[in-house]
Design a protein around this ligand. Structure first.
Ligand code: HEC
Length: 154
């Protein structure tokens, strides 16, 4: 074969390969969305059992908080009342009046509800009464509710 013929053969085979690649990509793109048929555009989004359970736990926490009067001292809009706001509380670093710092994780929040005076937050008065007769379920729900106001990266 001449040099020109080789050149032509290479160009043709490259075009065929390119066309085949695009063909496969196009086919994949077309078949992709059809698998995700439960996208929000078509019917309600799929809610897993775990999501549902977490949501009802937060809802119960909101009810307990209202019933127990927590919101008289803790806001859910960022404003400071007698106690700190729950916005951004979960996962944050808390300075205690004895100079120590703690991470406001689940364990700390539970302890603070059951025995608030044990780890007093710096800059706040020791006015919260202990809620030491709550059930585990109530504590879980309150923690989940407080956690729902965490800033997104926590
Ligand atoms: C009379 C006002 C008052 C009530 C009612 C109250 N708290 Fe508090 N709470 C405070 C104050 C003040 C602090 C900070 C001082 C301390 O650490 O005890 C605090 C601290 C906390 C903390 C530790 C986090 C932090 O910011 O230091 C949590 C969690 C908490 N409260 C949850 C609750 C929950 C849940 C309820 C309802 C079951 C509740 N509080 C009811 C005043 C209150």
């Amino acid at each position: 074969m001449t040099r020109a013929a080789w050149g032509l053969a290479v160009v043709v085979s490259l075009s065929v390969a390119t066309a085949a690649t695009f063909g496969v990509a196009f086919w994949l793109l077309r078949s992709g969305p059809r698998q995700a048929s439960s996208s929000p555009m078509h019917g309600p989004p799929a809610v897993s059992e775990a999501d549902r359970a977490a949501r009802t736990l937060v809802d119960r926490g909101r009810n307990y908080s209202m019933y127990l009067g927590c919101n008289a001292c803790h806001s859910t809009d960022g404003s400071r009342m007698q106690g700190a706001s729950w916005v951004g509380l979960y996962g944050s670093t808390i300075r205690l009046s004895d100079g120590r710092t703690v991470i406001a994780d689940e364990a700390y929040i539970r302890r603070s509800i059951v025995d608030p005076g044990a780890e007093l937050r710096e800059g706040f008065a020791n006015v919260m009464l202990p809620y030491d007769e709550l059930t585990d379920e109530q504590l879980d729900a309150l923690v989940a509710y407080i956690r729902s106001f965490a800033t997104p990266d926590r």
